[in-house]
Each structure stands twice: as C-alpha cells, then as structure tokens.
Design a protein around this ligand. Structure first.
Ligand code: UDP
Length: 237
C-alpha cells in the first residue's frame, strides 16, 4: 500500500448517518463528520464519498409483497440520494466545497456523474459526494464504492463501520475478541464470518489490488489518522 494517500474514497453507510436514531439522518452527527472530513481536505487530500441508503431502504429487504427487486433497488438508490443531498449541504455549511454527483438521472437535484467532471471537482479540492450508488440494481454501495475508487484512481477505500476493525469473533458478543490489524483479501473473501463488507466488493478490490481499511469514523481524528497511515482499524490488502 502507498504510504501517503492523495485521493481517498470514504464509504459511509446509511446506518451511520442515522446516528442515534433508528432511521433517517442525524444532522448534528453529519455536522460533526463534516469537521472530520475538513481536517483531511485541509491536508490537501482529495475526498470522494460514497453514501449508502440503508437508513431508509435496502432493495433486498423491501422486495416482495408486490415490490419487485429492481424497484426496491431503485428505492434504495433514491435513499442514497437523500443522504447525499444532506451531506452536501451540511458540508458546504461547514465551508467545505462540495459537489453532489448522481449516478441516476436527477438533473434538478444534482449534477450527473461524469468521470471528467468528478475529476475536475477533485482536482479543485472539492469533495465529491456520490448519489445513486453506481446506478444499477442488484448492487450495494460497498461494491459501488470499490468500483468508483478504481474509476477515479483512489489510493484506498475507507469503509467506516460501527466497530473499529475486523475481529476474530463478534466483539459485541465476545469480550476476548481480538482485532486483526492486517488481513489479506483471500481470507476476507473466503471467511464467512467476515461480514463487515460485501463479498462482491471485496472480490472486486482483490482483483484490482485496491486496499480497503475498515475503521470507526465516529471517533475524533480517526479519519485523519487513517489517511496519515497511523495504525487504525483493519487494513485488507
Ligand atoms: N443500490 C443499488 N445499486 C447501487 C447501490 C445501491 O441498487 O449501485 C440499492 C440497493 O438496494 C441497496 C440500497 O441501494 O441495498 C442502499 O444501499 P446500501 O444497502 O449499500 O446502503 P448501506 O447499507 O451502506 O447504508
């Protein structure tokens, strides 16, 4: 893995944006998160954010009882749009230049995701928040995150989770669970107990050697520490 990151992709799940609530968004928490992202932007690091939508809808969960899977996934993608808009506004309120780029047609709401446009914003040190995942059904924003990180030549995918990395067993249930600092892709993909990221996403990252860091972004300075390559979370490479 490269020692100094110049361009990172941060994956935030919907659940994280809900904060203390069961669903929806917690604007105060996003406000706090904006300050964390600002620290990284101020270091000259280019930041792309992929947001999930699980705080509103997940396609696989809502499908059935008359809702087709594809429609469910469309609903999920729209959920990511809600989150992306909230992030964009709150980031701008924190004086971070931010642009929301959508992978689903939503021109009244966001700029379309165009590779060259995304690159241009990033080169100007604007944070790019992506809405709509990758724009196709049967995918999650984890896979979309890895795909986008490859497309935009990021150094790493930073996946923010509730726990501070990958453990040998569930740390919530087992007090003696041990955090694994370095994990290889093969193990991450093959071990059914490792569910911190979609297997499809991990497989794509493995194929193209895109390192993934699993870490707790809700702890002060953790994001900054990760981009400074301090030993935070679990590195899958
Ligand atoms: N989704 C999709 N294509 C994509 C990204 C997302 O169809 O490229 C849909 C899918 O239904 C997914 C939902 O949007 O469940 C919300 O995303 P995700 O479950 O990844 O959100 P998270 O769990 O990270 O909050």
């Amino acid at each position: 893995m490269k020692q100094n990151y110049s361009r990172i992709l941060l994956k935030l799940s919907g659940e994280q944006l809900a904060g203390k609530y069961d669903s929806g968004i917690d604007p105060n928490l996003i406000d706090w998160l904006a300050q964390e992202v600002k620290k990284v932007v101020d270091e000259g690091i280019q930041v792309i954010i992929m947001v999930g939508g699980g705080n509103f809808v997940r396609g696989a969960q809502i499908a059935g009882h008359g809702i087709q899977r594809v429609t469910g996934d469309h609903m999920g993608m729209l959920a990511t749009m809600i989150n992306a808009l909230a992030l964009t506004d709150i980031f701008e309120a924190n004086e971070i230049q931010t642009r929301c780029l959508s992978n689903i047609y939503a021109e009244q709401v966001a700029e379309p995701f165009v590779f060259r446009l995304a690159n241009k914003h990033l080169q100007k040190n604007r944070v790019v928040v992506t809405a709509g995942g990758i724009g196709r059904p049967y995918l999650t924003t984890d896979t979309a995150a890895v795909s986008l990180a490859l497309e935009l030549d990021c150094n790493v995918v930073l996946k923010a989770t509730k726990v501070d990395g990958v453990y040998d067993k569930d740390p919530v249930k087992h007090k003696d669970a041990v955090r694994i600092n370095n994990l290889n892709f093969q193990m991450a993909v093959e071990n059914p107990k490792i569910t911190v990221m979609d297997k499809a996403a991990l497989g794509l990252a493995m194929e193209h050697e895109m390192p993934v860091v699993i870490f707790d972004a809700m702890k002060e300075d953790n994001l900054l520490k990760v981009v400074r390559n301090e030993k935070i979370g679990t590195i899958i490479s």
